[in-house]
Write a protein that binds this ligand. Structure first.
Ligand code: BES
Ligand code: MN
Ligand code: ZN
Length: 488
């Protein structure tokens, strides 16, 4: 999908030919003498259009306007959140009408974030999954023009949003793929494909290398499946080689049946999305390739299936993690933390400036926060604040959760250094406390995206979250470092 940002006043827009012209009408709309302004002003006056975000009035070939269709769209206060809400209300129009070209017009000079929100939500509203359809009902929207009174002040936000869209769509497509089309091997190949972009390199570690590294916890998860595991390592180099990287770790369970502690049948198909964290790492690298910020980033993805089998790990088994700590696996369905703990131990070798892991880790986080905010856990106040702020700015929000040591009580084991599960209470927190034991002295944050990585029901599918948050965070980190004079 192509995006273009250009200067377009309302009067000039009247003569633009396109399938659909969308006029965002925010509070304080000041109509000019042109045909579009008159149309919007009349609709507002008659009460057929409100400035409330998402209020929609469709018109066909109105006089004086070259576009075939015009959609007048209330845009609230004109801010990013309101624009997103407004544009998402267009989704049925974009899809059902098979719109190919859309011009979206800001009547008043918008905030940069509002332009970013328009780009991202146009993509979100028109995305169509294609990978495993024999006759893909291809996305019809091919081109979106964003018209503003003056492009220069919003160019940066526009470019960022276009890159985020590429990243989000890469993440969505991979997360949506069924497990037999997104095996650990195929996920490795997807990562490898990103290395065609100049600043990205990819290393794939197979079972033999992972055994050599001593990743006994990760291997325990994989041992019930005949699909060989992959430990994926991505490097994006945008700054001087010596500059400490940010490490992104993504849970890559390509299917989570629960293993011997098997899950109920109903809805189990959704556990193909259990590599949403991995998909967000891949998507973020896709965006980095386009934006080329001056920062170094490492991506780590432990990828495997969690299946029951004669060779599968059993409740009560004790394994030795890469850190040397032994783990009693009391529940084989708490597998994400087992895969992640070895990746967190591995991350230490990069002497990272910060490590952020993303994982569809606990049903308890879905209970706590639903699908609105991801759970944020951090051992570092500054990192927590940066991620929280990035989430707000990218409209991909998260919420800080606690890490008091008292929450770790339940993880005590009679037969190992630690158990992989505690009781039922505060399940998202005890999972994070488990991970924290494997953090090697660097600033660390964990995003539990179990509620936000995909949607169930009619809108079933991956969301591409938290790619928006991560890209925003990395761009801010890159400019902060340069500001502090440490970057090159
Ligand atoms: N992948 C699941 C978490 C999950 C469940 C995400 C439902 C989204 C929706 C994870 O591996 C898991 O099974 N967690 C268990 C942990 C429990 C055994 C301590 C859970 O949440 O039930
Ligand atoms: Mn599980
Ligand atoms: Zn899982």
């Amino acid at each position: 999908m192509d995006f273009e940002l250009k200067t377009l006043a309302l009067a000039a827009a009247s003569s633009q030919r396109c399938d659909l012209l969308v006029l965002l009408v925010a509070e304080g709309f000041a109509p000019g003498p042109d045909a579009l302004s008159s149309l919007a002003a009349l609709a507002l006056k008659q009460g057929d259009l409100q400035t409330r975000a998402g209020s929609l009035l469709q018109c066909y070939a109105p006089p004086g306007v070259a576009a075939r269709r015009v959609a007048l769209l209330g845009a609230g206060d004109g801010g990013a959140a309101a624009v997103r809400k407004a544009v998402l209300a267009l989704a049925p129009v974009l899809k059902v009408r098979g719109i190919k070209q859309v011009v979206t017009l800001f009547a008043q000079a918008p905030q940069p974030e509002a332009v970013g929100a328009a780009v991202r939500s146009l993509a979100e509203a028109s995305y169509v999954y294609t990978s495993t359809k024999s006759k893909p009902e291809a996305r019809t929207l091919a081109r979106a023009v964003i018209g503003v009174p003056a492009p220069a002040p919003v160019r940066g936000a526009f470019d960022t949003a276009v890159a985020v869209v590429a990243g989000v769509e890469f993440a969505r497509e991979w997360a949506n793929r069924p497990a037999n089309h997104a095996t650990p091997t195929l996920l490795g190949e997807a990562a490898q494909s990103l290395a065609k972009h100049k600043p990205i390199q990819c290393k794939l570690h197979g079972p033999a290398q992972v055994a050599k590294l001593g990743m006994g916890a990760f291997m325990a998860v994989a041992q019930g499946s005949s699909e060989p595991l992959r430990f994926i390592e991505l490097h994006y180099q945008g700054a001087a080689k010596g500059q400490a990287p940010v490490v992104l770790v993504g849970k890559g369970i390509t299917f989570d049946s629960g293993g011997i502690s098997i899950k109920p049948a109903a809805g189990m198909d959704e556990m193909k999305f259990d590599m949403g964290g991995a998909a967000s790492v891949l998507g973020t690298f896709r965006a980095l390739a386009q934006l080329k910020p001056r920062i170094n980033v490492v991506g780590l993805i432990p990828a495997c299936e969690n299946l029951p089998d004669g060779k599968a790990v059993k409740p009560g088994d004790v394994v030795t993690s890469m850190s040397g700590q032994t783990i009693e696996i009391l529940n084989t369905d708490a597998e994400g933390r087992l895969a992640l703990c070895d990746a967190l131990a591995y991350a230490a070798r990069f002497k990272p400036a910060a490590v952020v892991d993303m994982a569809t880790l606990t049903g308890a986080c879905v209970v706590a926060l639903g699908g609105v905010r991801s759970g944020l856990f951090a051992n570092d106040e500054a990192l927590a604040a940066q991620l929280q702020a990035a989430g707000e700015q990218a409209l991909d929000p998260c919420w800080r959760m606690p890490l008091d040591d008292d929450y770790a009580e339940g993880l005590k084991s009679h037969f190992a250094d630690v158990a992989n599960v505690a009781g039922r209470d505060a399940g998202a927190v005890t999972a994070a406390k488990f991970l924290q034991r494997f953090v090697g002295g660097y600033p660390w944050a964990h995003l539990d995206i179990a509620g936000t990585a995909w949607k169930s029901g009619v809108a079933k599918g991956a969301t591409g979250r938290p790619v928006g948050l991560l890209v925003q965070y990395l761009l801010a980190a890159a400019s902060a470092r340069r500001g502090a004079g440490r970057g090159k």
